[in-house]
Design a protein around this ligand. Sequence first.
Ligand SMILES: Cc1cc2nc3c(=O)[nH]c(=O)nc-3n(C[C@H](O)[C@H](O)[C@H](O)COP(=O)(O)OP(=O)(O)OC[C@H]3O[C@@H](n4cnc5c(N)ncnc54)[C@H](O)[C@@H]3O)c2cc1C
Length: 296
Amino acid sequence: MDVVVVGAGIAGLACARALVEGGARVRVLERGRVVGGRLASKRYDGRYADIGAAYFVADDAEFAAQAGSWEARGLARAWTDTLRVYPGGEKTTGPVRWAAPGGLRSLAADLADGLDVRLSTQVGEVPADADAVVLAMPGPQAVRLDPPPGIVAAANAQTWQPVIAAVLTYPERGWDDLRGAFVNEHPVLATVCDDGDRRGDRAPVLVAHSTAALAARHLAAPEQAGPILAAAVAELLGLAATPRVDVHRWTYAQPEPTDAPYAQDGRVWLCGDAFGRPRVQTAWLSGRAVARALLA
Ligand SMILES: Cc1cc2nc3c(=O)[nH]c(=O)nc-3n(C[C@H](O)[C@H](O)[C@H](O)COP(=O)(O)OP(=O)(O)OC[C@H]3O[C@@H](n4cnc5c(N)ncnc54)[C@H](O)[C@@H]3O)c2cc1C
């Protein structure tokens, strides 16, 4: 069986790996210059910061085994089960959040290792030369490939919100014991995480994620959201120092949850984090579910 997977985010890579392990011939086509999609680490002054997913949770047995494999090889580590909630700044305990010393994208690179992944390859239509094509990406991006009606319907049923991420690099660490915080009822700020803490190098770097409302206002010129997010973080944490600010726009950042594990119309499949709660684990499971169905 020849399969083309379009998209080298964690869904596409998990799908491709499982297919190859099951004996299929698989090509992965990715428009970006690197793998990972929203599992994204970008280098600023030689240091990677996580600008997409902030961390991941592994409460599914199979994905927990994957996390365990990454941990055993030093690629991932259990970061924290305690974050803060604002307003107030109280600590809240939940599931263990996992982080990656080399940046979360290193986990996608690990999944891609040994696969036939073709980078910088923008796909304009559903490839014809394969027994099956897996579109492993947000529905609105899949629709641009003119897929069959069942895929268009599933993609159009998805609702997405944008996020702007701001990487704030300070002269020194001016906060204590933050780890990360959910910011509720705030007009511009949704979360802020201590990137030096989760990566483990103690770099003086915070990563802030905007509300969907702020991102929607600044999608055309996201750099304008940078100072707004920096000011919101300064006020929240009482920071006086001025950080260097780098921003990244995610037009399709977070989908509303849906129930099915994937969508299919004939030889075309759609998977990703819209199929379940919008999480790294969901994307991984969705990609694997498509592989299992194809191999069956
Ligand atoms: C700001 C932000 C914060 C988040 N925080 C968390 C968190 O804390 N915890 C958590 O679990 N999850 C979090 N997430 C969600 C998590 O990042 C995603 O669930 C997961 O990475 C999605 O993986 P995916 O493979 O489904 O999609 P993607 O990562 O979007 O992968 C799709 C890939 O397809 C490629 N592509 C698209 N169109 C084409 C084309 N035409 N041709 C070729 N390639 C194409 C894209 O370049 C991309 O690489 C966050 C996401 C964002 C953006």
